[in-house]
Design a protein around this ligand. Structure first.
Ligand code: C2E
Ligand code: MG
Ligand code: MG
Ligand code: MG
Length: 291
């Protein structure tokens, strides 16, 4: 009894000294149960094409509604999920939920846009990733070309594994995008040998595009490189009309960001789809894009 008590106060003392550790421990503990308690939600953010004037895809993004802490952002718990390995079941759940939802929208007659799902590094190095993806596609009935998997440059350090995994995913028929492009290490020769379909220009370059000329230069360089390699390119985090217009002037015709819409729950997206389509058409008209 005595010893136990001592132990407890020691633990408490440690926690007090490091509030962050306590925070992380609480999150870790609760995260174990978040899936079974239905506290996780997938939200969807539209990606649009300014030439077509259409929604071309939706990015699936995870949210955690914690009963006492309220909304916990993925920035806070994805790294913990990574460290604990919980990202494997959580990531699989996101993938299944996103594919199911997209299939349902297609079946309801919505246009055949794709869904983009973020992979974490642990998932990317998971032995049976490719089989899992195939299993989920079979199970949900979503045609593989409508699924895009997002990886980051930082995951691709092991070139042999990266090539093998991306080739196998590509064999399934899914699309591959490089997320947060420009923030990590990538070389032209590296990209040339990988079956990548799309580069996503990181939000950090877009946010200062109006004031920082160097960011415009970086974006132009990424776009030229993408053209050279025959890749599509989309800009993330587009919030203003001016940003959209600068991107358009550099022939970056796909955008994602608050200017079009924040991420929405599936119910919100279903409900707002007609309005959203109208907004996309107006955005195209307001710019320089010509059909
Ligand atoms: P990401 O994949 O680069 O996702 C884009 C992030 O930018 C999202 O943040 C989105 O809500 C936010 N965003 C979109 N438009 C704008 C804008 O116009 N302005 C600003 N300031 N932000 C915008 P979110 O949802 O908080 O996700 C953060 C990161 O967490 C994601 O970055 C991704 O790396 C990770 N993540 C989210 N969901 C998942 C998931 O299901 N699995 C994995 N492994 N990672 C995920
Ligand atoms: Mg992403
Ligand atoms: Mg990103
Ligand atoms: Mg990211």
């Amino acid at each position: 009894m005595e010893a136990k008590h001592q132990n407890r106060s020691f633990e408490f003392f440690q926690f007090e000294m490091d509030g962050k550790a306590l925070d992380n421990l609480v999150i870790e503990n609760d995260l174990y149960h978040a899936l079974e308690k239905n506290q996780l939600v997938v939200v969807f953010q539209p990606q649009i094409d300014l030439c077509k004037g259409e929604i071309i895809g939706l990015e699936a993004l995870i949210r955690w509604h914690h009963p006492t802490h309220g909304f916990v952002s993925p920035g806070k718990f994805i790294s913990i999920a990574e460290e604990t390995g919980l990202i494997i079941p959580i990531g699989e759940w996101v993938l299944r939920t996103a594919c199911q939802q997209l299939k349902q929208w297609h079946d309801q007659g919505l246009p055949p846009f794709r869904v983009a799902v973020n992979l974490s590094i642990r998932q990317f190095y998971q032995q049976d990733l490719v089989e899992k993806v195939k299993e989920i596609l079979d199970e949900t009935g979503l045609a593989p070309e409508y699924l895009e998997l997002e990886v980051t440059e930082s995951m691709m350090m092991n070139i042999d594994h990266t090539k093998k995994t991306l080739d196998a995913l590509k064999q399934l028929g899914v699309q591959i995008a490089i997320d947060d492009f420009g923030t990590g290490y990538s070389s032209l020769s590296y990209l040339k040998h990988l079956p990548v379909d799309r580069l996503k220009i990181d939000r950090s370059f877009v946010s200062d595009i109006v004031s920082e000329h160097s960011d415009v230069t970086i974006i132009s360089t990424i776009i030229s490189m993408a053209q050279f390699l025959n890749l599509e390119v989309i800009a993330e985090g587009v919030e203003t009309l001016i940003q959209k217009e600068i991107l358009e002037s550099r022939r970056c015709m796909q955008i994602q960001g608050y200017l079009t819409s924040p991420p929405m729950t599936s119910e919100q997206f279903s409900e707002q789809f007609p309005k959203l389509q109208q907004k996309v058409r107006l955005l195209v008209k307001s710019g320089m894009a010509k059909n």
